[in-house]
Design a protein around this ligand. Structure first.
Ligand SMILES: Cc1cc2nc3c(=O)[nH]c(=O)nc-3n(C[C@H](O)[C@H](O)[C@H](O)COP(=O)(O)OP(=O)(O)OC[C@H]3O[C@@H](n4cnc5c(N)ncnc54)[C@H](O)[C@@H]3O)c2cc1C
Length: 331
């Protein structure tokens, strides 16, 4: 659960002697790349050897690195999240199959999908639904939804799904924006090696594969491993350079795979959707199987990332190159 993860990270940071301050806001004009400082909304100037911007999809550190605020382009979809107590589901014997085994069940409908799974006594429903692409309808962050009104859209859906949704008491929704898979032209690091970005600030995707936070943790683990090797400001710069090369490549693949997953799961009615359904029902999952959650090779690639090994190998390659260059200069 998010709260458990946050608590583990918080406790460890405190144990390591990290000073944590809440309620501080930075705006893009407070990021001073030239002097390597940050100014808070209370006009306090903060200096540091390195600032790591983990400030989410609306990152001001990203804006400062780019020199402009990236435009949010609506993806045309919205997600409704409804949380149900599992004990309410267990009280209905015909619905117990949903929670008795750890499982992710994806319910597909035309141009929409509902991903459902249980976690720590709470049953999660993430219902993706078409939404306006008109810029005037844009909203950021979570918005409350009238659940009774939402339920009226579900008359043609599977009765079991409708029944669990009827157990929900409230619902929040988030708008999706087009994800960006950055290439080498978009900096995640400043030239002096004083600022970098991680998590959604660097690689905001869509949640169809449940990978946003997972990719953020991979990035942070890779960055920590690389920074741990640096013994000078020059090597910090080198670590940051390796970090962005490694992570742009992998998160770019994840972002594209996520988009593809959405396209496959949210097909409109028609012959393509009929073909997808036929393949889902009849094919044995193997490379290229249209459901990425069931493709064993893709799953291995997705969950098999080893940040320590990846960072060590990349650092080793750079060190070897440096030794080779030195040898070259002696000849
Ligand atoms: C409905 C939904 C379901 C999801 N499901 C999954 C899932 O199953 N698995 C998964 O891995 N991911 C999932 N994600 C994605 C995941 O939530 C994000 O990828 C993740 O939260 C990103 O973490 P982050 O720390 O980079 O950014 P955030 O979680 O956005 O945190 C950014 C932090 O920076 C702070 N901040 C922002 N701006 C400023 C500023 N100017 N000054 C100071 N502080 C600032 C914010 O207050 C916040 O605390 C889901 C997302 C949604 C919307």
């Amino acid at each position: 659960m998010r709260a458990d993860l946050r608590q583990v990270l918080y406790d460890e940071a405190i144990a390591q002697g990290v000073a944590i301050r809440h309620g501080i806001k930075i705006d893009a004009s407070g990021v001073d790349m030239i002097n390597g400082t940050l100014m808070t909304d209370a006009s306090e100037t903060i200096s540091a050897d390195l600032f790591i911007g983990a400030d989410g999809g609306e990152s001001v550190v990203r804006t400062a690195l780019l020199g402009y605020k990236p435009k949010a382009i609506p993806h045309g979809k919205i997600v409704h999240r409804i949380l149900i107590q599992e004990e309410d589901i267990l009280a209905r014997p015909h619905l117990r199959y949903l929670v008795e085994e750890p499982n992710i069940i994806v319910w597909l409908g035309p141009e929409c999908e509902a991903v459902t799974y249980g976690l720590d006594g709470v049953f999660n429903i993430a219902f993706t639904w078409p939404y306006s692409t008109d810029p005037k309808d844009i909203f950021f962050g979570a918005q409350p939804v009238n659940l009774d009104e939402f339920r009226t859209n579900l008359t043609n859906w599977e009765p079991d799904l409708r029944e669990i949704i009827s157990l929900g008491k409230d619902c929040l929704r988030w708008e999706f924006f087009e994800p960006i898979a950055d290439d080498e032209r978009t900096p995640w690091v400043d030239e002096a090696g004083k600022f970098c970005i991680v998590g959604d600030a660097a690689h905001r995707g869509l949640p169809y594969l449940g990978q946003g936070a997972a990719a953020g943790i991979e990035s942070v683990a890779t960055l920590a491993q690389l920074l741990g090797k640096a013994t000078s400001q020059d090597e910090v710069r080198q670590s940051l350079g390796i970090y962005q090369t490694l992570r742009k490549e992998r998160t770019g693949h994840v972002i594209r795979a996520t988009l593809k997953t959405g396209e496959i799961w949210q097909m409109a009615d028609g012959p393509l959707k009929d073909d997808r359904d036929r393949r889902f029902l009849n094919e044995t999952p193997t490379v290229g199987y249209p459901n990425p959650l069931a493709d064993p090779f893709f799953q291995e690639w997705l969950w098999g990332f080893d940040a320590t090994r990846t960072a060590n190998e990349a650092w080793g390659r750079i060190s070897l190159k440096t030794i080779d260059n030195h040898k070259g200069s002696r000849i």
